[in-house]
Design a protein around this ligand. Structure first.
Ligand code: SF4
Length: 163
């Protein structure tokens, strides 16, 4: 199966702080989680994608949060620079790749203003999480693409096996 995966989860240094969120190498993941992840990598066709880099943002970059979670969305950095457009371009580029390649499922990094699928930071830069989705995760799900995050690897595995 074809799976779109956040580049940072694959170990690419594309995060805002110039680092990555590697599942395979990360100390916060159990051996079992790493095993499932490696199985998914080995048994599927993986498309590495970072919406924020694709949208034209540099790495490293200032951290950003969604300050308006309903349309019209607004994303700002912590110095109040409006970065909504690059975030929207990245989301659109992700959807375009999924449509062009027939990708029906994605593994995206949790809590990100682009990739988060269940929770995001609340726009106050106070480390406060709220229920909500990043702009890419939202657009993919609105278009019928299932999105999982790195804490939902077992669910992703089951989804792949049943589709
Ligand atoms: S936009 Fe997504 S893929 Fe890119 S660094 Fe952030 S969480 Fe990772």
């Amino acid at each position: 199966m074809k799976v779109l995966v956040s580049s940072c989860l694959l170990g690419e240094d594309v995060r805002y702080d110039g680092r990555n969120s590697s599942i395979a190498m990360g100390s916060s993941f159990t051996f079992s989680q790493k095993e499932i992840f490696m199985d998914i990598l080995c048994e599927n066709q993986i498309y590495s994608f970072c919406p924020e880099v694709s949208g034209g943002l540099s790495t490293p970059r200032l951290p950003a949060e969604i300050v308006s979670t309903t349309k019209p969305f607004k994303v700002e950095t912590n110095d109040e620079t409006d970065v909504t457009i690059p975030f929207l371009i990245g989301a659109k580029n992700a959807l375009d790749i999924c449509n062009e390649e027939g990708i029906k499922v994605a593994l995206l990094k949790s809590k990100s203003p682009s990739c988060g699928n269940t929770h995001i930071y609340d726009g106050t830069f106070s480390n406060t999480l709220i229920e909500g989705q990043g702009l890419t995760a939202r657009l993919l799900e609105e278009n019928g693409i299932r999105v999982f995050n790195e804490t939902q690897l077992e669910d992703l595995k089951q989804f792949i096996e049943s589709n």
